[in-house]
Design a protein around this ligand. Sequence first.
Ligand SMILES: Cc1cc2nc3c(=O)[nH]c(=O)nc-3n(C[C@H](O)[C@H](O)[C@H](O)COP(=O)(O)O)c2cc1C
Length: 354
Amino acid sequence: MPAYRTDRSYDWNYRHGPCLTGPRPLVPATPLKDFLGIAVRSRLGIAAGLLLNARWIEAYARLGYDILTYKTVRSLRRDCQRMPNWVFLDPARVDPLDPGQRFRLAAARPRGTAPAFCSVSFGMPSKEPALWMADVARARQALGRGQALVVSVVASPGPGAGRREMVEDFARLTAMAREAGAQAIEANLSCPNVLTPEAQIFNDAALSAEIAAAMRRAARGRPVLLKVGHIPDDGTLRRFLRRVAGKADALTMVNGFSRPVLDRKGRPAYGPGRESAGILGRDIFAPCVDIVGRAARHIARERLDLALVGVGGVDGPDRAAAYFAAGAEAVEMGSAPSFDPGLAIRLKAAHPEW
Ligand SMILES: Cc1cc2nc3c(=O)[nH]c(=O)nc-3n(C[C@H](O)[C@H](O)[C@H](O)COP(=O)(O)O)c2cc1C
C-alpha cells in the first residue's frame, strides 16, 4: 500500500495520510553539510507534491529525508481537480523532443516498493492562506536539527491579470511562506497539468528572472529556488540560466513532462479538458539527468551564480549518484517515497557523504 492512497481523494489523503505502518526505523547518523546556506544531515529530499501538509512533512522527516518541500500553495483557496489524480502508466521511454508522445494506463497497479512510471493531475490545489500558513508553522516545528523546510508557491493570476500582478503574487507568497517558517521558498514555474498562464512561466526567461528578483527581496535572506520544466534546446537553456543567475539561488529541475495520457481504450484518462498531464517517476530519469548535466556545464563555463537541485526518476542509489555526478547540489524524489518510504535510509546508509 503506497503512503498516498491513489484510490482515495486528495482531501482524504490530506486528512488521513500518509498511510505508513510499522515501527519507526532507525535513520543512520550522518554529518551536517551545507544546502544553500542551511545545515542539513543530507542533501536528499522530497520534491513539491507528496508532502501535502505538516503531518506528511513530519512523517517523512522521521524517515530521514532532510530537504522537505511543502506541496505548492497559492494566495487563495483552490480545489483539487476530480479523481483520478495519480495513475500508473505502461513503461515507456520519454522523448523530450516529442511533446506529442502519448502514454497509456498500465493494466495493473504496481505492487510493493517497485519503482513506478506514473502521471499526476491535481491542478495545484491550495488551502486558504491562513490555514496553510498555520500548517507550515507546525511543519517547521516538527523538523529535527539538520532538516530544511522548503515551501513551494505559485501565483494565481485572475482574468486579465498581467505580468506585474503575477510578479507581485509570487512576492506576496514568498513573504507569507517566510513569515510562516519556510527556510527556503520555491516558485513552481512549471505545472504540466494546468492550462492557465502560471503553468508555463519557465518558457519566459525575462519573467522568470523578474519573479526571482521580487521573491529574493521578499525572502529577506532565505534562498529562492525556481522549479522549471524541461528545456530541450541548449541555446534557450543557456539564455535562461544567464537571465536567472544571481537572482534565484537554485533551479529545481525538472518537473514532470506534460504529455497526453490515455486509458486502455485510447480515451483521455483524466477525462475531457484534461488530456495532458505530468509524466513522472521511473521512466523520466534519462532526460532529467541529461538536462541537469547540460545546465551544470553552462553554469561552470560561464561562472554563473546558481545551484541545481536534481529531480526526476530517482528510485535508488545509482540514480541519485548520477545526479550528483552531473552537478546537482541536492537530489529530490517526487513519487518514489510514496511506494518506498525507506529509500532515504538506504541512500544515507550507503552514502553518508550525501
Ligand atoms: C503526488 C504528486 C504531486 C505533485 N505536485 C506537485 C506540486 O504541487 N508542485 C510541483 O512543483 N511539483 C509537483 N509534483 C512533481 C514532483 O515535484 C516531481 O517534479 C515529479 O514527481 C518528478 O519526480 P519523480 O520522477 O521522482 O516522481 C508532484 C508529484 C507527485 C508525485
